[in-house]
Ligand binder design. Structure first.
Ligand code: SF4
Ligand code: SF4
Length: 418
């Protein structure tokens, strides 16, 4: 068996199995473009939102990247009166909403600076109140979470319409994040697993005469009820609407949020220019490795380990210790709290501007640490296969946050495939 065949069988099989198992066909995967004219709330089951041309987030200059951080609490409203602020979640976990509180007492500045008009996790708010606002009346909206159902799409479009500035906030909004890993399956597979095969649901379903699966429409005595339509393909916010700024992270770290807040404060209190449109705020051009304080020795990897399996050296690079760390393939800006705490970077600040594929970039980084000797540039194929086959769930690890925005984007079924 050839080297490539062996590698495919042992390493890429883990990836390939997932891709081959998915039942979506290429023509179905292309649904987003075809669905362009469909209004969100009435979208067909399994359809996906219309995809707009998404600009590649750009970093214009360090100055634009790092507007002055907010050093102190600013008392009182800005000279022109309070701005309007909204924060909304699409397909996310709520962590991004809560992350805003990480700025601690500086949240008081947000309160002084802005009237919060819509933030469902923090205050009561009705969609009809949002709809009643003029277009562009909200000064800034932070949208977190991916777009994976008709409600996410509808709310994102509504907030875009009502906001002057829309910020794609967090890994899910920027690249689909972890919800984007659902692109390895289609909605029918997901519903079947979640509602009939998970242990708790299976126990419930076993008590029912026939499987109980949520329906998108239900005729109740009071009238027809609807729930959002789940899409086959998870997409990022800027695949659906035009986005002004990006703040990466899962969730964004305090340092990045303060830079965002500093830019807003500078603008509304002092009339300072905002960063150029498309700027990734509170992040860096560098990789996390350049920011991480751990000592790098570029030791060769012969064994892949998890942090709990070894006594982690507190000062040495985690990759040098055999722990796969996404730092070489990830944009800096978070302040490296994970690696300083002994945990590998998971890649939530996404790829740097120099690469488009974070997963492929990480594969290259791992390959550069294969045990090649100075006096022998050749490495035994079986050694490579052995190392790579120790990587558990390579697709989920290397593309944990960016699958939906990667070249892979989603699993498709090849013509004639199973
Ligand atoms: S980016 Fe992370 S913290 Fe934010 S919604 Fe997604 S999963 Fe949650
Ligand atoms: S690989 Fe991880 S632990 Fe090592 S220097 Fe880079 S970010 Fe730090």
């Amino acid at each position: 068996m050839s080297f490539i065949s062996k590698l495919k069988e042992k390493f890429f099989k883990k990836v390939g199995d997932k891709i081959e198992d998915a039942a979506i066909k290429p023509e179905e995967a292309a649904a987003p473009a075809a669905a362009e004219a469909a209004p969100a709330p009435e979208a067909d089951a399994g359809a996906a939102p219309a995809i707009v041309d998404s600009p590649v987030p750009q970093l214009v200059s360090d100055k634009a990247l790092f507007p002055p951080e907010l050093k102190a609490i600013l008392p009182g409203p800005p000279p022109g009166g309070k701005i309007k602020f909204a924060h909304y979640w699409g397909a996310g976990c709520g962590g991004c909403d809560v992350s805003l509180l990480d700025i601690r007492e500086k949240i008081l500045t947000v309160n002084d600076m802005a009237e919060i008009v819509f933030w469902p996790i923090a205050m009561d708010g009705k969609v009809k109140d949002l709809e009643a606002l003029d277009d562009g009346e909200i000064t800034v909206t932070l949208f977190n979470g991916a777009v994976r159902n008709s409600e996410n799409e509808h709310m994102l479009k509504l907030l875009r319409q009502k906001s002057t500035l829309l910020v794609s906030y967090g890994a899910c909004a920027m690249w689909g994040g972890m919800p984007g890993l659902a692109n390895l399956h289609n909605t029918e597979e997901i519903k079947k697993y979640v509602y009939t095969e998970t242990p708790t649901m299976k126990a419930f379903q076993d008590t029912q005469p026939s499987p109980v699966i949520p329906q998108e429409k239900y005729q109740a005595p009071e009238g027809e009820l609807h729930i959002p339509v789940l899409y086959d393909t998870v997409v990022a916010a800027d695949d659906v609407v035009d986005v002004d700024y990006y703040v990466p992270g899962c969730p964004p770290q305090q340092t990045s949020i303060e830079v965002l807040l500093g830019a807003l404060v500078g603008h509304v209190y002092n009339g300072a220019d905002l960063p150029p449109k498309g700027t990734i705020i509170g992040a860096s051009e560098k990789t996390l490795c350049e920011e991480c304080p751990r000592k790098k020795e570029n030791r060769r990897i012969t064994k892949v380990v998890e942090p709990h399996e070894i006594d982690v050296d507190p000062d040495l690079c985690l990759m040098d210790q055999g722990i796969l760390c996404m730092g070489p393939a990830t944009r800096a800006g978070c302040g490296s709290p994970c690696t300083m705490g002994g945990q590998p970077c998971r890649g939530c600040y996404g790829p740097t501007g120099a690469v488009s594929e974070q997963g492929a970039s990480m594969l290259t980084a791992v390959a550069s640490l294969f045990p090649v000797l100075d006096n022998d540039a050749l490495i035994d194929e079986d050694v490579i296969i052995d190392i790579m086959s120790q990587v558990k769930d390579p697709l989920g690890y290397f593309y944990q946050f960016t699958l939906a925005k990667s070249l892979i984007k989603r699993a498709v079924k090849e013509k004639g495939g199973k």
